[in-house]
Design a binder for this molecule. Structure first.
Ligand code: F6P
Length: 331
């Protein structure tokens, strides 16, 4: 066990931004590892907004019992605009001070880390981040909490859509979450055997769509799944489907938007295990005098990545995987 950092007696932990399955497992791991290091733990409800409003709850080991298998976040979450202002941050600082919180673990996406960074530039309370978003789009880590569960949710849903698509000989445009990122659409597309994958990172993918319709669907395929990331440049599944229907009136086209069901559900075993590793690593990092870093996983090993890099850089799309998909798809 790491020698305890002298200044830290009490840590705060909160979840922020879009919820993701596995966040509860991370809060549990943070709480229990902090208690193992003889630290007090305070849960901050409703993200940065709860921090501003002083919505705090003391967390004992028993308070995090029976939560790791639950989806959502029992601390709740929020996207706070007030925290972006100097006044909001000043209020949050006063609240943390009044609770004698010396260090904070934030579980969320890069927007949440941007908040932590801004705060750390003005105030002396160290923050360490844990990547939590179903988008899996964060720089410096192979994995973000919730991605694995969301991926499996999408695959299960699309398997069902495929049954009806093939029965009717239809083309389905299935839209999955990812406002700025196609990681979920790419992996789900490969896992479901989607005919075409359209993601914001790739400009040329509408050509693949046209190729599938004219060469694939019309000559040999009887149905098709077009996996569309929410943030695709063409404007999402409905717009694309409309365009395709106009250009090919003979096709039987349908749209399915999977929506927020992708964020719910019991976390997968992988999400629980990795959230646990990251939760423990975050507390260790704070005790090791780290601040303004994210704990991530690279090749299954814990890494520390400066938050400033996480918020500035994007995670690259796996081009090899995309090419594999295209090779198989064109057969
Ligand atoms: O950041 C995760 C995410 O699920 C995105 O994929 C999606 O675009 C967004 O959150 C939706 O956010 P909200 O629940 O606020 O509509």
């Amino acid at each position: 066990m790491t020698e305890k950092r002298k200044g830290i007696k009490r840590i705060g932990v909160f979840t922020s931004g879009g919820d993701a399955p596995g966040m509860n497992a991370a809060v549990r791991a943070v709480t229990r590892s902090a208690i193992a290091h003889k630290l007090d733990v305070v849960g901050i409800r409703r993200g940065y907004q709860g921090m501003i409003e002083g919505d705090f709850v003391k967390l004992r080991s028993s308070d995090v019992s029976g939560i790791m298998q639950l989806g959502g976040t029992f601390l709740q979450t929020a996207r706070s605009t007030e925290f972006r202002s100097d006044e909001g941050m000043a209020k949050a600082y006063q609240q943390l001070k009044s609770q004698e919180i010396d260090a904070v673990v934030v579980i969320g996406g890069d927007g949440s880390f941007r908040g932590a960074l801004d705060f750390s530039q003005q105030y002396d309370i160290p923050f360490v981040g844990i990547p939590g978003t179903i988008d899996n789009d964060m720089y410096g880590t192979d994995y973000t909490i919730g991605f694995d569960t969301a991926l499996n949710t999408v695959v299960e849903a699309v398997d069902k859509i495929k049954d009806t698509a093939s029965s009717h000989g239809r083309i389905f445009f299935v839209e999955v979450m990812g406002r700025e990122a196609g990681q979920l659409a790419l992996k789900a597309g490969v896992a479901c055997g989607a005919e075409v994958i359209l993601i914001p990172e790739i400009q040329s993918d509408e050509i693949e769509l046209e190729k599938f319709i004219t060469k694939g669907y019309k000559s040999k395929k009887r149905s098709g799944i077009i996996m569309v990331a929410e943030g695709d440049k063409a404007g999402g599944a409905f717009k694309l489907a409309e365009k395709v229907q106009k250009e090919h009136p003979d096709l039987d086209v349908r749209v399915s938007i999977l929506g927020h069901m992708q964020r719910g559900g019991n976390p997968s075993a992988i999400d629980r295990v990795k959230a646990t590793q990251l939760g423990v690593a975050a507390v260790e990092a704070l005790l090791d005098d780290q601040k303004s870093i994210m704990v991530g996983l690279k090749d299954d090993k814990i890494v520390h990545v400066p938050m400033v890099k996480v918020v500035k850089m994007n995670r690259d799309i796996d081009n090899d995987l995309l090419n594999i998909h295209r090779t198989i798809n064109t057969l």
